[in-house]
Structures are given as structure tokens and as C-alpha cells.
Design a protein around this ligand. Sequence first.
Ligand code: ADP
Ligand code: LRH
Length: 488
Amino acid sequence: DAGVRVAAVDLGATSGRVMAGTVTPATLRLEEVHRFPNGGVRAGGALFWDVLGIHREMLVGIAEVARTGRLDGIGIDSWAVDYGLLDRDGQLLGNPYSHRDTRTDGVMARVLEQVGADEMYAVTGLQQLPFNTIYQLVAARGTAALESADSLLLLPDLLGYWLTGEVGAERTNASTTQLYDVTTQDWSVELAKRVGLPWAVLPPLRDPGSVVGPLLPDLAEQVGADPGTPVVAVGSHDTASAVVGVPAEGDDVAYISSGTWSLVGLELDRPVLTEAARLADFTNEGGVDGTIRFLKNVMGLWVLSESVRQWQHKRVAGADLATLLDAAAGLTPLRTVVDINAPRLLPPGDMPARIRALAHEAGEPVPQTPAEVTRTILDSLALAYRRHLRSAAELSGRSFDIVHVVGGGSQNHLLCQLTADALGVPVLAGPAEAAALGNVLVQARALGADLPDLAAMRALVRRTHELRRFEPRPGLDWDAAEARVVRP
Ligand code: ADP
Ligand code: LRH
């Protein structure tokens, strides 16, 4: 059985990658054929994504997959919530904004005065994040672009549209917009109308695992693919794909999808829409095969990568990630902890200064050196993971005896160890490319591979990928550290 060989396009906020994934009954191989930097582009006072650049780099990667072997399918996943608008001729209206753009400042509070937070949670089950698509759209109300829009496409759907000409919204990503009814699993037209949005821009929904359409002939020729090569809708929300790739065994498992953001939670069969879950501000995002990702967005390694960017910009010596992590590992644990989800950490900027300000305001020792700031970020992340995983278990009536860490952050051994220490359970780290693996697996099944369910996919990941285990070390007073965190 030669199996299936597909291109998995996995777009992260800091880098995009195109992988060749090969699946046979006993093997799962992932080969990175193209990686390119990604990040916000500031222009005209706003923060955008370079979506044409992403499209171009994606095609370079797909061509490389085709050049090096078979190309049976193409799947795209990316970060959530951001979108492009098409006019009635099918042309993109303006540059897609980054969710870190400040145009949404204050919007969420205004909307919540109009639609009660409880009502909104009952419908969408989503964590209130200021950049959820609904708030971005409310911020865009009255703009020429939104007024002349015919359809709204989330980023993977926009890229898929350029590949196939097909307009649609893949469900896992649609579930992050806060315009999606988590119970009926359909757009909440009602909610869109209530907040004055042109609901007709919301395109037909499609399921992960369905075929979007054949690659357009001119593009097939450009990338050297067979005519008719299918583009497959995977879990197009990167976190949905990453959770497919979590090599979990059994049900008592928690995960941290650790990249630019940390997504921290559990996989459930049905949403938890209780008042307690709402007050804890937990999200219920839709996963592959009808699962629910019950989780919390944590500010994640963004705070560190943005700090590194700042230090490198200022030409601070020893400000590469490996050196910083090495130095941070030798520092006093839990000396300074801050609220790592503080809203001021969301936009790009001088993170070290913001971390120092948070420490100062909370009466914590102010971290001075880059290593100290790094240590504060990692201790504070581990503390947040502990807080949220414990409440995820409590709110859902579940328990866990192991935590899987996947994504680029699974390579941060210090953070993995601190996470095990904080939670008092072992951490299994890896794969770093869980999202790409989930993308590959869902495509492979759509193209005929015998992977009946998530358990079979995860078993294949377990069999084919080496994981690193971190045992919890006793001795630190995480409760006392938690009590020091000042949160709004
Ligand atoms: P995204 O998909 O959001 O772009 P990734 O899953 O690629 O994010 O993770 C990126 C993060 O992973 C980086 O910000 C960095 O902190 C971490 N990372 C990547 N490689 C390593 C490494 N070798 N050691 C430690 N951390 C790493
Ligand atoms: C992670 C992610 C996360 C979203 C954020 C916008 O990449 O998709 O799940 O909340 O980006």
C-alpha cells in the first residue's frame, strides 16, 4: 500500500510551513518542504496580514511537494478569527487585518451592553476575546469594504478559494467567530442581525474532511500538480488540527497547544455552557468529528517571541531563544509572577517594558535582565496553565492524569518541566508539528486511508513519533505564587 501523500499547509502567526505528509496503514511521515516567516505588517496606521505573500509562499511549498513525489491532496489550516471580504465579483476587498490591530479597542464592551454576555455565551459558548470576528466586524461597520462585501472568508477559506474558486466556511474555524451557534452548529444569523452585521456575507458551512474542490487548472499547471488534485477541508482552525494530532491515549488527557498562543484545555463530546463556565470565560470551539475544544486562550509564547524581537532590535547580546532559555533555567523559580493574560500584552510592542510594569504594579520584584524577563514569562505561563487546566477539569466534571504539550512550544523544555511541576502530573511533549499532522490525517482519511476515528489517528501519531516525558518535581509553592498574581 503506497498510501496517500498530501501537502499540509499550516500557517502560524510567526511562520508558515508546507509539509509533505505520507500516510500508510503503519506509517505517518512528515517532511517540511518549505517554511517562511510570517507576521503583522503595519501600513496606513493599521496592522494587516500579508495575505498575497502567504498565498505565494504556499504555492512555492505546494510545488515543492509536487516536485518531490505524489500530490494526492492539499489542506490548509491557520490561526483563527481573521478574514478577508470578497466583493460580488469575487475580488478581495482590502487587506485582511491582524486580530492584534487596535481597531477593536472598546468594541467588545459596547457590544456586550447591547447583547448580554450570558445570552451570547448561551448561543456561541465562546471566550470573550476582543478580537473575535464578531467584534472585528462590528468595528468595521459602516466601512466601504463591509458595505460592499458579498462574502466573508476566514483566512484558510480565502486561500482555499484562491485555489479552487469555491466559497465556503469550514466549521472548526467558523466556530471561533462568535457568530456560530455551538448547539445548532449553524451560523447565528440572529446574533449577526442583533449587532447590525450584514449576515448574508456568512458563506455556506462545510465539514472538515469534505472536499472543497479541485485545484484550478492554471494553478495545477503552475505548481506541477495533476489536473483535478483535490483541495480538502481539514480542521482549518490550526488548533483543531493540532488537537487531532495530540497523541493521547484514553480520555483522561489534557492538552496545551503551545505556539504563538497557548490553547489550554480538554476535548469533550459536548459543550459546557454553564454559568460557571461563562464566568471562568472558557471557550467551546468546534473540533473535528463533532468534538468540542473546551479551552482557554493564554497569551502564550507571543510574549517571549515579541520580547526577543525587541531585544534583537536593540542589539542586546545573548538574546537568542536558546541562550535565553538556558540562562532562565538557572534563575530562582517563581521570583516574579505576573498576569500573563493582561490585555496590554496583546498588541505588538515593547513586551519587556510591559512585563516590568505589570510586575511593578503587582508589587513583585521587577525583572531586569532578558533572562529574568524570560523566566518571569515562563513561570507566569506555567502558573496560568495550572489555573486553567484545573478549572477546565472542574467545570467539565472531568479529570486528567497527564498533559500533552504540542506545537513549537513543546520544544521549550524549561516550560514543559515547569508545566509538569505546576500541575503535579507528567507532561508528554511533542509532536511540535501536531497541527500539520492533524491536517495530514484528516486529508488522508478523506482520500480513503483507513483511519476510522480520532483514536486511530492518534494511535498512528503515537506509534510514529517520539515524545519527551517530564515528571513533576515537588518543592515549589505554586499556591503561594498563584495568590500573588494580580488579575483584573
Ligand atoms: P505558530 O504556529 O503560532 O507560529 P509554533 O507552533 O510554530 O507557533 O511555535 C512557535 C514558538 O515555538 C516560538 O515562539 C518559540 O517560542 C517556540 N519554539 C520553536 N522552536 C523552539 C525550540 N527549538 N526551542 C524552544 N522553543 C521553540
Ligand atoms: C492559534 C489560534 C488560536 C486563536 C488565535 C487567534 O494559532 O488559532 O486558537 O484563538 O490563533
